[in-house]
Write a protein that binds this ligand. Sequence first.
Ligand SMILES: *Cc1c(COP(=O)(O)O)cnc(C)c1O
Length: 395
Amino acid sequence: MKSKFQPNEHGYYGQFGGAFIPELLYPNVKELEDNYLDIINSEEFQSAYKSLLKDYVGRPSPLYLAPRLSEKYKAHIYLKREDLNHTGAHKVNNTIGQILIAKKLGKTKIIAETGAGQHGVATATVCALMNLDCTIFMGEIDIKRQAPNVARMKMLGAKVVAATSGSKTLKDATNEAIRYWIQHPETYYLIGSVVGPHPYPDMVARLQAVISEEMKLQLKEQTGSENPDTIIACVGGGSNAAGAFYHYLDDEAVELIAVEAAGLGVNSGQSAATSQLGEVGVIHGSKTILMQNEYGQIVEPYSISAGLDYPGVGPLHAYLHETKRAQFLNATDEEAMLAALELTKLEGIIPALESAHALAVLPKLNLRPDQVVVVNLSGRGDKDLEAYINYLDKD
Ligand SMILES: *Cc1c(COP(=O)(O)O)cnc(C)c1O
């Protein structure tokens, strides 16, 4: 039986999704749409993908029962350790998969856009691995804000192109990447989350689904049941959450909690809580919910964590929100900071600020002592050291 959380043949989850693209890109997107499922389902792809995930990325990532965190919140709290992946987050699960798909399609040049630089690094990494030409578009302001990641991309052999239009941030980098793609249709556009025109959201969700595939086996081994009671994941575009939820979407007994960044507060004007503030519109080639003003112009989002600083969510998440299959909560900068410091002290794990948003809702839930909760720890905190230092210096 087909899941209602799979897109239909036009790439729609309910009213969300589709492919809103310039006509010139149609052949490109159509080629991908016609081939991605066959490629992903092929034995050749699966064996190459699984072997790289194992030997290059270091999967399976552990599922760790966090004893002191569990004691504090009076429940069984497990951490899915995506922070231990090569390059420090879940993003590489997707870039490994897409680079194999690009190669299968005969592409030799890769483009991507990045805001915080994490996806840029994950893309530059797999391009180095596969010896493919890599160009990363990044807003001029982000290039300044994320200097270490820019240095990593360059070291990995990528060309980093500054987007100098508009607000000089992620959406402008996206515009530049799409403009370049139109002019160079022979390139492969490697999108970093469950966003973009169909088939990207479905393709990226399938590539990140390895997270919940492993979770099922690991939970079965550790608890006797493959189902937890609750899964919590942070949402920027939504790829780590999509991966952590994927194999549980149809099982309504498993509670799914998506956590957005509230920045300085949902109603402060400095937030990225799309499900609370957004309305239906088109962003990045798909119909979804996004933060926009009365003229439909994108409102610049804000969060202390660069990875959650995105004005939309992918169409699957818009649908999970609309159908109430997932509960959408949010955490402020301050709450995320405190949750990060708490995890560090209690478990000796410094999380990414993005992942800390997922942890930050633990005190807001009424957990039962027998409740099995999995928090998807999407990334590690090395990249956020400066933010942590600034916060600790403040007091
Ligand atoms: C990029 C990033 C995110 C947000 O992206 P999603 O597509 O929503 O997963 C979350 N956590 C980390 C560590 C990231 O690098």
